[in-house]
Structures are given as C-alpha cells and as structure tokens.
Design a protein around this ligand. Structure first.
Ligand SMILES: *[C@@H]1O[C@H](CO)[C@@H](O)[C@H](O)[C@H]1NC(C)=O
Ligand SMILES: *[C@@H]1O[C@H](CO)[C@@H](O)[C@H](O)[C@H]1NC(C)=O
Ligand SMILES: *[C@@H]1O[C@H](CO)[C@@H](O)[C@H](O)[C@H]1NC(C)=O
Length: 570
C-alpha cells in the first residue's frame, strides 16, 4: 500500500517536471530566443566539395548559382578529362599542372544540390567584377594577366548546356580589383577603378571610339602604403540616376553622363579604411515607395585600421578590424555620417539584404586585412542588423559556424530565403594541409530563424504573380497581381511586397544589390484563404534598372518563398 502510494507520487512528479520542461520549451519557441540559441538561425552543410573556390558568385533566374574562381591557382579540385581545345588531359606532370585541365567555374543547381563544371574560360578571371543584364546574362569584366581586359558573358539556361563565352570586344583599361554597376539606360554597365587604373569606362561601348575616362577621385583616395585602400570601390545607383562612389574613406555622387562630380560627401569618421584591402562592406537600405523611392541611405560596416596592410604583409601582425558602421542619406541636401558599433570588429564580410529588409553581415575576419595570409581570427558569427530599430538596438549576434570564411569567400541570397556560403582561400594555390587557413570547398547554407517552421502560420504560402502580359514582365509604373495563401487573419498593414535585385558578389561587395518596398494598391482575403493583391511596379529604371528581381511577400516580418519578376521599359 505504502509502496503504491510512493510510486504514484513519483509518477506524478515526473509528469510535472515533464510539463514544466515542455512549457519553457514552448515559451522559448514563442519568444524565439533562449540561451540555447533559439532564434539565431542554423547552418546546413550542402556539399563537401564544390570543386572551385567561390571567389565570385551570382544567382541566375533559373535558380542556379554561378561560382567563379581565378585560373592563376592552376589546379582546382575539379579535374577535367579534356581541355577546351579537345585534347585529352593525361597524367603527365605537365598536364597535372596545366590550368586548362581543371574547371575554374561551376554552376550550382539549388534544387538538386549538384554542381556541373563550366569549362570554357580562356583567360584569368582573378579579382574581377560583374553585373547582370536585363535578360539575365551575367557580364563579367576584367581579371588579371591575360584576362585583365577581357569581358565574358554567361547566358543562363535551363538545359545545363550554357557556359562562359569570351566576348570579342575588350575593355580599354586593365581591370583587376575593379567594380561594376548596371546603369538605367541601354543595358549598359559602368566599370570603375582597378589596380593602377584610375579611370572608368562603359560596357558595351555605345560609340566605336569607346575609351576610358580619368576619375581624379581615385587618385585622391589612393593610399600607396596601405596597399591601395581604394580598390573595389563601392558603387550604388541612387534613385536620382547618379552613381554613389565610395573609396577608402571618401565618397562622391557622380553624374556619369556628364562625367561630373555632383556632390562630395563628408569623410566617414574613424581612423581606418573601408575599401580593399581594408575591405568593409556596404548596402543601400531598402528603398521605399512611401517616399517615392526618393530617400537613399547608404550603410557601410567594418574595415581595417590605418597601417593594417603594412602590419600584416610585412610583420605578420594582424591588427584588430573596425567595429564601426556609418549610415548616411545621399539624397536631399543634408549629409552626415551617423556612426554606430557592431557587436565586434570585422572585415571581409558579406552584407546581404534579407527578404524582410533586415541586413545580414556574414563571413570575414576580426583582424588583419584582405590579401594572401593577411588576416586572422575568422568572424564565425553572423550579425543581423535591423535598420528600423532605434540606435543601440539594431544588432543581434547569430549562430556561429565552425568553418572559417576568410579571403576569397562569398555569400549570396537564394530564392528560398537561405544564404549560400562558399569559398575561402587565403593561399595562392589550393592548399589543404600545413596552412593556418586551408582552401575551403565546402558549400553551406545559413538558414535565418524567420524560415523556421514555428513561423509557418504567419508565412505567405503559394505566392503566385499575375501580369497582364501573361509572362513575368511588368513595365515601369505598371501593376501586377500577387496571390498567396495566408492561414491567419489578414492584417494588410503587416504585409509588404519587397523586390530584390540579385547581386554579383566578390570581395565583400555585392554589386548591384538593392531592395525596393513596393506599393500595394489593393488587398483582400477571400473565404478560401487566398489573398489577392494588386501591386505597383517601380516607377523608373533609375529606381530599378531593367531585369530580373525576386519578389517576396512578407507578413509581420516573416517572408514567403521569393518568385521571379522582370521589370522593363514598356
Ligand atoms: C591545346 O591546349 C594545350 C594547352 O594549352 C596546348 O598545349 C595544345 O597545343 C593545344 N592543342 C591544340 C590541338 O590546339
Ligand atoms: C566573335 O567573333 C567571331 C567571328 O567573327 C564570332 O564567330 C563569335 O560568335 C563572336 N563571339 C561573340 C561572343 O560575339
Ligand atoms: C500550395 O503549394 C503546395 C506546394 O507546392 C501544393 O502542394 C498545394 O496544392 C498548393 N495549394 C493550393 C491551394 O494551390
């Protein structure tokens, strides 16, 4: 009798404990945060060997990612059976060492999680730039050595047969560590700067006597002892049609048609530099229909202190990176950098605009600068930055990865909301042993917490776009329909329609990345759970250069799966 009683009491205690545990777990899940790392996202290992280092990456509208390394490293981890000219790659020492017997670029298919080699690169693409034209063609410009004046294109396809093609026309100047930006007119690209190149030029050239033009700003920002510190200048297209150019610590607004500096902005405070090899990162915050897309605000984070390059390359000393970020509105007529601090020092990071308008800072190092063996202390924890929160409350530290992503790593946003992370190779060749930071070929995805199933009840599902043309094309200022399923009651104030221009990413620069919050003209929920909305396209190519964008419906901060849409001149 006594024993029975005790047993029941014991069972009861266990039940109580269990319920207690369950309820705290539940609360943690609901609040989305806890000591155990809820709310900080998670990491997935996608592939153990991507074959090549992801020095450059770009997403195509066929949901594939083009990964591009240099050729100078000779061997990659993807050996080919034949060269481009058809001859066999044998086992001789000469062939083992011949760069044309290896792939230096691959195409990653997101859905099947597989890569295929791209084999038709002819010249070196090392530290080059890229933009995506209105038909989805990737235009990649420059490189080193025999590739420094080359322009290559990749026209995406759905049959796995497309490859790089070197164009017959060349650049006027050598473009190694240059930046590229798609312009609003004529599917034209501006290419700016490069090592020992203080000019800009256009691709394709509209006149037969195409040439390059001197840009005194690049002379002014050149830091000879700092390894340049004005390479890979940061470029953003402002919604007034001018180009924002930032190099080292300075920035201008540039009218490329008249080749005139329209504005010279104040110097960003803090002693240090933000451009290569100091390598901070930058975005323009999402443009908003509420102000007619007129307000354009630049955010720049991280970089290296003065002297970091000399300390690293001459003495093997790795100075602590910059912790600071600066934010400045580049439109209007009052310009002042507003400074704030990240949770830690950081450089060589990628900065991506997530579908809900938050900014992700991922990859990079805490000390040193860019270049071979020039950095230490990998920055393993991504940071999330919420631009609309008040100062001091904007940053969250996210879940750490175990894989160092240092020099020559990159990250890119996928249509399903995950972030593809790849590359890292601070060594001249592919080195897997006896080096501090080996060549990294593993492909990972960072999965932000807002993709967690616990938010599925809020998530817009089955997002479908309807256009009057019947295709994905929408003219500027036109409208299009968006239908989606929502399990919860519709609160139209909480629903946003964001479009995102996918970038060409390299060296912490996401060239051409931008997000627009579009105006919704009408929205109603029907009894069957479908929400039907009418959304207004961007007004002009200055706001959104023609091309493919990812449209995401966001409900209360929770994004649905993104869908491709194309904005173009009527
Ligand atoms: C093919 O390319 C290799 C390596 O560049 C070269 O040595 C060889 O002569 C080429 N063969 C032909 C038939 O063009
Ligand atoms: C380059 O010119 C050749 C010969 O005129 C032509 O066959 C080829 O298609 C051209 N390549 C490109 C990328 O336009
Ligand atoms: C929503 O999408 C899912 C997955 O693609 C599909 O199985 C389902 O039938 C769709 N629902 C409706 C109502 O169309």
């Amino acid at each position: 009798m006594e024993k029975m009683h005790f047993q029941n009491f014991f069972k009861c205690m266990i039940l109580v404990l269990f319920l207690l545990l369950l309820s705290t777990e539940y609360c943690n899940a609901v609040r989305g945060l806890s000591k155990r790392g809820h709310g900080k996202g998670k990491w997935q290992l996608l592939l153990k060997n991507a074959g090549v280092v992801a020095m450059h990456m770009a997403l195509t509208h066929y949901d594939t990612v083009v990964i591009l390394d240099q050729m100078e490293s000779g061997q990659s981890a993807y050996r080919l059976s034949h060269r481009l000219n058809g001859t066999r790659c044998g086992n001789t020492h000469v062939d083992q060492d011949d760069r044309s017997c290896y792939a230096h670029s691959v195409e990653y298919d997101i859905l099947s999680n597989k890569i295929r080699p791209l084999v038709s690169l002819e010249t070196d693409t090392w530290c080059s730039s890229g933009s995506i034209l209105s038909d989805g063609t990737i235009i990649q410009a420059g490189g080193n050595g025999d590739g420094s004046r080359r322009i290559r294109q990749f026209k995406p396809c759905d049959n796995g047969k497309c490859d790089w093609k070197q164009m017959n026309s060349s650049l006027s100047d050598m473009r190694w560590y240059a930046s590229s930006l798609l312009l609003p007119e004529n599917d034209q690209i501006i290419v700016v700067g490069g090592r020992r190149t203080f000019t800009f030029e256009f691709v394709p050239k509209l006149h037969s006597r195409g040439k390059s033009f001197d840009l005194p700003f690049l002379h002014r920002t050149y830091d000879k002892n700092g390894g340049g510190n004005n390479l890979y200048p940061i470029l953003h297209l402002s919604s007034d049609g001018n180009v924002f150019i930032f190099a080292n610590r300075d920035s201008i607004l540039f009218n490329y048609k008249r080749k005139k500096v329209v504005k010279t902005f104040p110097r960003i405070p803090v002693d240090g530099s933000r451009s290569y090899p100091s390598t901070g990162s930058s975005v323009i915050l999402p443009l908003d229909h509420k102000n007619g897309f007129h307000k354009v605000e630049v955010l720049i984070c991280g970089g290296a202190v003065q002297g970091a390059y000399a300390a690293a390359s001459e003495k093997g000393k790795f100075l602590k990176g910059l912790r600071s970020c600066g934010r400045m509105v580049i439109t209007g007529n009052r310009h002042k950098w507003k400074m704030e601090n990240m949770p830690g020092p950081r450089l060589m990071s990628d900065m991506l605009i997530l579908p809900n308008g938050h900014i992700l800072i991922i990859n990079g190092a805490k000390r040193g600068c860019a270049g071979w063996d020039n950095a230490a202390s990998p920055a393993l924890q991504p940071y999330l930055y919420k631009p609309k929160k008040s100062l001091g409350r904007r940053f969250t530290v996210l879940r750490a990865t175990k894989i160092a992503r240092m020099y020559h790593s990159s990250a890119i946003l996928l249509p399903d909301g995950r972030v593809l992370v790849a590359g890292s190779n601070p060594n001249r060749r592919y080195e897997f042993k006896n080096v501090k930071y080996p060549t990294e070929l593993r492909l990972q995805a960072f999965v932000p917490d807002h993709l967690d199933r616990k938010f599925d009840h809020l998530r817009p599902h089955n997002v479908t776009i309807y256009t009057s043309s019947g295709k994905e094309n929408v003219g500027y200022g036109g409208e299009f329909g968006v239908n989606f399923l929502l399990r919860r009651k519709l609160n139209s104030k909480n629903v946003g329609f964001n479009v995102y221009a996918p970038p060409f990413t390299t060296h912490s620069l996401s060239m051409n990345q931008r997000m627009l919050r579009l105006r919704c003209k009408k929205m109603a929920k029907e009894e069957n759970g479908w929400v039907k909305a009418v959304v207004e396209a961007p007004p002009s190519a200055n706001v959104a250069p023609a091309g493919y964008y990812l449209l995401t419906v966001v409900n209360g901060g929770i994004p649905g799966r993104s869908q491709w849409i194309k904005f173009m001149h009527k």
